[in-house]
Write a protein that binds this ligand. Structure first.
Ligand SMILES: C[S@@+](CC[C@H](N)C(=O)[O-])C[C@H]1O[C@@H](n2cnc3c(N)ncnc32)[C@H](O)[C@@H]1O
Length: 720
């Protein structure tokens, strides 16, 4: 433990800075001693170190010049990049707005403006019409898990590729944009990236981003591909670098026309940095688009541009600019809009002249709210009072008068075929089946009653007029849902992190696998075993019985347990061994989204036997996903699900049917060669829908029919 004074001295920061960091949520609040003074522990120190590293990378321009080991978002040239004015933009926002959590950068370019906000912990929505920019956003802002050692291995391999033969890149761009050697190498590298079969979307983006950034470093250009220099003077060999890995949570990434996109998104601040003049970005970066898409299209002209570039043409570089700008502004759903505009060139017809005038920007913004204009370096003046024709970089901040709320927000998320995932991996979880189940459910009902809710994948995504009932005899899980529905996310996450820290469990989200001397394939079991067993023991011995957050302890146990499963022995003790994974980005995202849904909708929680559901209303809809008689799962081990239970359940459903209550029953009719004849015979009175899902994909691919599991949904109503 260290005192604040010791921390000030060691890290050369003032007490005030430390307080600011705590207030901005950049580091956690340390615990206090009996006098109320902060005690800084190892975790607090690690947070300070992490933060200082991010700040150093962002603000020390010399760091960007030196080819640092890792590739950074800023290591590229781009027309109109706002890199030099990030402080101006950030300070304008910090000093003149409140309540900014989500920032949308909808003409993202390099993504540098979004990055400054991402690095401060904001949630990011980022977009650009160019696919080459979108790919780099997956790298910098994506949340898919990345096997970093695999990326390093592949980048090494790509760097060592050699080619003496010509290919698409060398034939078209060799001795023009690149030396012949570099062009050949770019061609073989790009081809090889296509050949890797074990990459997820983000991992592939890491490799392509690394390539397009490396191309920029050796291109025989002035920073864009509208033309190449006549004299070939960029002969240094191309060298790919490993992009920095950021662990993001729930950013949104798009490659769309900004005018289309704003109709679908919602943010606290929307930042707008359109092209200013008639130079099309699709022309300036055609070569990157070509390499990224890798369709090897026909090319034209001296500059060797793709013949078809219609899809990347922007209205903002044409005389339509003022009209599309106005349409954009009028359709934004946000608290604030911030517009960057370079007003140096007067509006007119010349190629470098601005397409939108200062007056047009103000007129469009003033329809939405109060506008303030900021000029570097930080002089502020209000609309219309000053002549600003000569100023260079301007920021127009519009505080929107009345927030246009989109209606039916929850419904929209749910229907998007983008179903919320359970925070826990429950055996037999129905998440994958939801796109098939939902169309089979009635459209209109009062309450949704999920009697065997398990992981709650189905219940959480329901859209009843009234309430969602989540019931399961596994009461630990129901207690967890109940707690999540009433506890602030910050409190939940604080408890999770606190347990991880106190039981010395791994935190790869923050430190990566290498920190623990382990890799993703072998998993983290070796490191976590001791802490996990201690936590399991404390939980089973009742150490947390008086803790109102006890369900969170249970959650952390599941996260670090074998396959994230739930299993109790006959003495009621949680008895699974340690697993391979930890509270990684995926788990955190699932917890976050699940928690949000639990807070937004109206739930009733219970842990009853299905036979106790005697009060179901005639306009309610009952969904049932009971244990399956012919396949076992861990929840079926104690007490089990017997033929008697099955018969009584079928009788229960017949009774509901008589009362005209609609229900849908999930089950398996066939499993490993066994048929559930009891169920199949009974189901003939109703409608049976077969679903396409194999519980065990790998088995299914490798073996015979014997391993097929046939999922069915039996219903007693006509599908709408
Ligand atoms: C001035 S640059 C943005 C620079 C960026 N702020 C940066 O710091 O790198 C404008 C960007 O808008 C993109 N763009 C042009 N028209 C667009 C449209 N209709 N929708 C979305 N993006 C568009 C261009 O591809 C270009 O990357």
């Amino acid at each position: 433990m260290k005192s604040t004074k010791e921390i000030e001295k060691e890290y050369k920061v003032t007490r005030q800075t430390l307080h600011n960091w705590i207030n901005e949520g950049l580091i956690s609040t340390p615990r206090k001693d009996w006098r109320g003074w902060f005690e800084w522990d190892n975790r607090n120190e690690l947070e300070i170190k992490d933060l200082m590293k991010v700040k150093e990378d962002l603000y020390n321009p010399s760091v960007q010049e030196i080819p640092a080991e890792k590739l950074k978002i800023f290591n590229r040239r781009y027309l109109g990049s706002k890199q030099k004015m990030l402080d101006f933009i950030y300070n304008t926002v910090v000093n003149n707005t409140t309540g900014i959590y989500t920032v949308a950068d909808i003409f993202g370019g390099t993504g540098s403006v979004a990055e400054i906000f991402r690095s401060k912990g904001k949630r990011i929505i980022i977009n650009d019409i160019l696919h080459s920019n979108f790919i780099s956003y997956l790298t910098w802002f994506g949340s898919d898990e990345v096997d970093y050692s695999k990326i390093k291995k592949y980048i090494n391999e790509l760097n060592s590729l050699e080619s003496k033969e010509d290919n698409y890149v060398s034939l078209n761009f060799g001795d023009k944009y690149f030396s012949m050697e570099n062009a050949r190498k770019i061609g073989v590298i790009r081809e090889r990236i296509e050949e890797y079969t074990d990459l997820n979307e983000r991992e592939k983006a890491f490799l392509i981003t690394s390539l397009i950034y490396a191309m920029d470093k050796v291109a025989n250009t002035v920073g864009h591909y509208d033309a190449y220099r006549h004299k070939m003077d960029s002969l240094k060999p191309i060298q790919l670098r490993v992009p920095e890995l950021y662990h993001n949570l729930d950013n949104e990434i798009y490659c769309d026309d900004a005018n289309e996109l704003v109709r679908r998104i919602k943010a606290d601040l929307v930042y707008i940095d359109t092209p200013y003049n008639s130079r099309q970005y699709g022309d300036a970066y055609h070569l990157l688009e070509n390499i990224v898409d890798w369709n090897k299209p026909d090319l034209t002209g001296i500059a060797m541009k793709m013949v078809n570039r219609q899809h990347i043409k922007s209205d903002y570089s044409t005389k339509k600019a003022p009209t599309v700008f106005d349409d954009l502004i009028q359709h934004i759903d946000a608290k604030y809009i911030l517009v960057s505009y370079n007003n140096m060139a007067k509006k007119g017809d010349g190629r470098s002249n601005a397409k939108i005038s200062n007056e047009e920007i103000i007129t469009s913004l003033e329809k939405r709210g109060e506008v303030t204009i900021f000029e570097t370096p930080f002089q502020t003046f209000t609309t219309g009072k000053t002549n600003i024709e000569d100023h260079k970089e301007l920021l127009y901040l519009c505080k929107i008068h009345s927030i246009k709320r989109k209606t039916g927000n929850i419904k929209k998320t749910v229907l998007k075929n983008n179903y919320i995932k359970s925070a826990i991996n429950y055996t037999g979880g129905k998440h994958k089946l939801l796109p098939q189940l939902h169309p089979l459910f009635p459209k209109d009902y009062e309450n949704f009653i999920d009697i065997f809710s398990g992981g709650a994948n189905v219940g959480i995504n329901a859209n009843p007029k009234e309430k969602i009932y989540l019931n399961d005899t596994e009461s630990h899980i129901i207690e967890l849902y109940k707690l999540l529905s009433t506890t602030a996310y910050d409190e939940v996450i604080y408890k999770v992190n606190d347990l991880i820290y106190r039981y010395k469990l791994s935190n790869t989200k923050k430190f990566g696998y290498e920190f623990y001397g382990l890799n993703s394939a072998d998993g983290l079991g070796k490191y976590n075993k001791e802490g996990f067993l201690k936590l399991r023991n404390d939980y089973n011995k009742g150490v947390y019985d008086n803790d109102k957050l006890k369900p969170i302890v249970f959650y952390v146990l599941i996260v670090y347990a074998f396959n994230n499963q739930v299993r109790f022995n006959s003495k009621g003790e949680y008895n699974l061994p340690v697993g391979k994974r930890d509270f990684n980005v995926n788990m955190e995202k699932k917890l976050h989204d699940f928690h949000k849904a639990l807070q937004e909708k109206d739930f009733v929680f219970s842990s009853k036997d299905f036979r106790e559901f005697t009060q179901i209303g005639e306009n309610d809809f009952v969904y049932l996903d009971p244990p399956y008689l012919i396949s076992t799962a861990s929840y079926n081990e104690n007490g089990g699900w017997t033929e008697k239970d099955e018969l009584e359940l079928l009788g229960f459903l017949d009774e509901l049917n008589k009362k005209g209550i609609r229900w849908a029953l999930s089950n398996v009719s066939l499993h490993k060669g066994k048929e559930n004849t009891l169920l199949l015979n009974w189901s003939e009175k109703y409608d049976t829908h077969t679903l396409d899902y194999h519980y065990n994909n790998s088995n299914y691919q490798s073996t015979a029919k014997n391993n097929i599991t046939q999922e069915v949904l039996i219903t007693n109503y006509k599908i709408d």
